[in-house]
Design a protein around this ligand. Structure first.
Ligand SMILES: Nc1ncnc2c1ncn2[C@@H]1O[C@H](COP(=O)(O)OP(=O)(O)OP(=O)(O)O)[C@@H](O)[C@H]1O
Ligand SMILES: [Mg+2]
Length: 514
């Protein structure tokens, strides 16, 4: 809504910039004869000129996307008062009524026009209307102090009061309209065709909500991305929106059952990117390892193989995930199949501008340093599908040992360790033997140079299949899930977030180095 309102404010400002001089000319003609002194006329014109310039500036702010839409709205509020003041200054200088062709103050119609054309919260409409109405007595006081205002008669009081009455009436009409709108099903909690029900979790990029489709009653998960993750302001925001749409379209075309299905995507009326995906029933690997500790080799192989199938298809279509980490992999129950892997958060809404390094010091990293490939940490733009092979190695390490490759909470130091430090073999971190072929594969995936890693996900799958591990059977998976469901450690039907955050009102936290 902010976006639409800002555009309306801009057009209204342009209308004011054109209309004010026209009204001024009309009132000069209407006065025809002994009217206002030259000195008073000069001041009126000066205020008029300043107002027209401000109105043009507000239009330009929006037209050239110089500031955020909310800033345009604030500028619009000031402009509404300024236009009211300019109109009133002219009306209250010289013989009363001479400059009011329609027989009422022009401030009143201005308040109504602005109130009905700019969609805003009713309280905002009231505030803007009262600011413009208050400009009228202010202008009268200024003219009275200069000795050019007419004596305060009943008519004059009526004019001033009428503006306030119109401001309140406009507020009433807008409030009524917004109530009808909400009854029709368009509440602030709606996004696309979905109604947000409860928050599942939040991460570095934004929040994930459980949602239902308004017409189909189909359940879904909606990820709302914080605007600052993808773009700053102005034209950059437009480019980011175009890129987001392009990438989302590609991801929606992925067909692997191990890739989360994307139902829809877009940019909400208030400028937030969102995408709608299938609602998964399960838990993220992060939460699973935190709860159950290191994962047996056979189960790790099963999870990694499914991940590889999802990623192999994406890579074949030229898509790189870029943010593989345990909280982006969910272990689910799908159509009575347990331990079904789904890969989430595919390359969407990441800043691909090579001049913007993935790692920032203020905790707003768009990648996640604990799982970031050395070449991604360098931010040199040379990131390809082999960065995902490194990410897969990090997740394999995390599953087998229960700890990240480098246990360093500081994001910058973690990135430096990925660049320079050889990882400790998983078996020595675990303090127990692991199948040699599996350990070698994990360390190969973690090679610093992309050229030293397995070349493709298909090559990784082949090596995983030849690892001599105790197989993790469907019965093992079912037994594990039944225990978890019985103990209530997996929520129905959605999941806990990696952070366990469920509070409705919690603010999004900055990117974590997790
Ligand atoms: N489609 C989904 N269905 C059910 N739960 C989901 C779905 N997508 C995400 N989640 C849950 O929401 C949690 C938060 O996800 P989110 O992607 O916001 O956080 P993150 O992965 O920690 O950070 P990032 O924003 O960097 O990806 C996940 O850990 C997962 O448990
Ligand atoms: Mg995620």
């Amino acid at each position: 809504m902010v976006d639409v309102s800002a555009t309306r404010v801009a057009w209204l400002a342009l209308g004011a910039a054109v209309g004010l001089p026209v009204l001024h000319a009309v009132s000069l003609l209407a006065q025809a004869g002994p009217g206002v002194s030259a000195e008073s006329e000069a001041m009126t014109r000066l205020v008029l000129l300043a107002t027209v310039l401000c109105a043009l500036a507000v239009f330009a702010l929006r037209r050239y996307r110089v500031v955020q839409p909310s800033a345009v709205l604030r500028a619009g509020l000031v402009l509404q008062g300024l236009v009211g003041f300019a109109l009133a200054l002219e009306e209250t200088a010289g013989p009363f009524g001479a400059s009011a062709p329609a027989g009422v103050s022009a401030v009143g119609p201005w308040i109504v026009l602005a109130g009905v054309t700019v969609p805003a919260r009713p309280a905002w409409t009231l505030r803007a209307g009262l600011v413009a109405a208050a400009a009228w007595p202010l202008a009268y006081a200024v003219n009275a102090a200069r000795g050019v205002a007419p004596a305060l008669g009943a008519e004059l009081v009526f004019w001033g009061c009428l503006n306030v009455v119109l401001a309140v009436a406009t507020y009433g009409a807008v409030r009524n309209r917004s109530a009808v709108h909400q009854e029709a099903g368009a509440s602030a909690d709606d996004i696309g065709g979905y109604r947000l029900v409860s928050r599942i979790g939040e991460g570095g990029m934004g929040e994930v909500w459980k949602a239902t489709h308004k017409l189909l009653a189909r359940e879904a998960a909606v990820k709302l991305i914080r605007p600052e993750v993808v773009a700053r302001e102005g034209r950059e925001a437009d480019l980011a929106a175009a890129r987001f749409r392009r990438e989302a379209r590609s991801i929606a075309g992925l067909q692997s059952p191990h890739t989360v299905y994307l139902y829809d995507f877009g940019v909400s009326a208030d400028g937030r990117f969102y995408y709608v995906m299938e609602l998964l029933h399960g838990m993220a690997l992060q939460a699973m390892v935190r709860e159950s500790g290191p994962v047996p080799a056979g189960r790790t192989v099963s999870i990694l193989t499914q991940m590889c199938r999802s990623l192999a298809e994406a890579h074949a279509r030229g898509l790189v995930h870029r943010d593989l980490k345990p909280s982006n992999i969910m272990l689910c129950e799908v159509a009575l199949v347990h331990d079904f892997v789904k890969v989430l958060d595919f390359g969407l809404a990441k800043n691909t501008d090579p001049s913007v390094t993935q790692l920032t010091l203020d905790g707003t990293a768009t990648g996640t340093p604990a799982y970031m490939a050395p070449e991604a940490a360098l931010g040199d733009g040379g990131v390809d599908h082999r960065a995902d092979i490194y990410g897969l190695g990090c997740i394999a390490y995390f599953l087998l040992t229960g700890t990240p490759v480098f246990e360093e909470p500081d994001p910058v130091r973690a990135a430096l360790m990925h660049l320079n430090q050889a990882p400790e073999p998983p078996s020595s971190r675990l303090g127990a033997p692991l199948p040699g072929a599996l350990e070698r594969l994990v360390l190969d995936c973690l090679a610093k140079s992309p050229a030293d890693r397995p070349p493709t996900m298909t090559a990784v799958i082949e090596r995983l299949e030849s690892c001599p591990v105790d197989p993790w059977t469907a019965a093992d998976a079912r037994a594990w899930w039944e225990t978890r469901l019985a103990s209530g450690r997996i929520d129905e039907p959605a999941t806990r977030s990696s952070s366990g955050a469920r509070a409705q009102s919690a603010r999004p936290r900055p990117a974590t180095p997790a």
